[in-house]
Design a protein around this ligand. Structure first.
Ligand code: ADE
Length: 233
């Protein structure tokens, strides 16, 4: 059974799907972390794989960038392929003064400049939050791996290139840790269709200091985050 954006059969996806933004990262995870991984979809090169990690079935699929792309794939995975848990593994821009590049951040909640979640509640505010058990398991997995992680509110923006960067300073004052482009959409879709979702990131750049992770270090910090996500399942 295929959907407009996923060409796969019911049963091809595990109950838990890890979603990096980049489909080639999905392929990298499948090849380097999973056993017996097979590709289950590849429409528009948005690759999805299913295999096992320490004997447990798990799938990995790219989400693309931004709320619309993430929302399409998350909805189809949940509604048409029976996926129960989606864990976003991505990068974010640090906002807080105590946030450093390479830090690991868990999105307990996701504020947004997008209208998608307000549209879900007749124009009112909707608190887009992580599933508590997924969050707790993730935080515990990070602890067990000896990786310090921060947990809090993030801001999901539709606008990577902000016209007015003083906005980030306002978010900092409100205790927002970081900015990404997908999490509020994922949390809204999971709430709407009755699934569980959680997002964790590594800080690839800092939107106030301008610092960025050197390209050669990105892979190792990414690997740490993948380890946390897989161990948390
Ligand atoms: N993801 C990583 N860095 C980001 C940034 N600066 N803004 C939005 N999303 C991001």
């Amino acid at each position: 059974m295929s959907t407009p954006h996923i060409s796969a059969n019911v049963g091809d996806f595990a109950e838990t799907v890890l979603m990096p933004g980049d489909p080639l990262r999905a392929q990298y995870i499948a090849e380097n972390f999973l056993d017996d991984a097979v590709q289950v979809t590849g429409v528009r090169n948005m690759y999805g794989f299913t295999g096992t990690y320490k004997g447990k079935p798990v799938s990995i699929m790219g989400s693309g960038m931004g709320i619309p792309s993430m929302s399409i794939y998350a909805r189809e995975l949940i509604v048409s392929f029976g996926v129960k848990n989606i864990i976003r593994i991505g990068t974010c821009g640090g906002i807080g003064t105590d946030i450093k590049i390479r830090d690991v951040i868990f999105a307990q909640g996701a504020s947004t400049d997008s209208n998608v979640n307000r549209a879900r509640v007749r124009g009112y505010d909707f608190s887009a939050i992580a599933n508590f058990d997924l969050l707790l398991n993730g935080v515990n997995a990070a602890k067990e791996l000896g990786i310090k992680a921060k947990v809090g509110n993030v801001f999901t923006t539709d606008t990577f290139y902000q016209a007015d960067d003083t906005f980030y300073k306002d978010l900092d004052k409100l205790g927002v840790l970081a900015v990404d482009m997908e999490t509020a959409g994922l949390y809204g879709v999971a709430a709407e269709y009755g699934a569980n979702a959680m997002a964790l990131f590594t800080v690839s750049d800092h939107v106030i200091t301008g610092e960025a992770t050197p390209a050669d270090e990105r892979q190792s910090t990414f690997n740490e985050m993948v380890k946390i996500a897989l161990e948390s399942i």
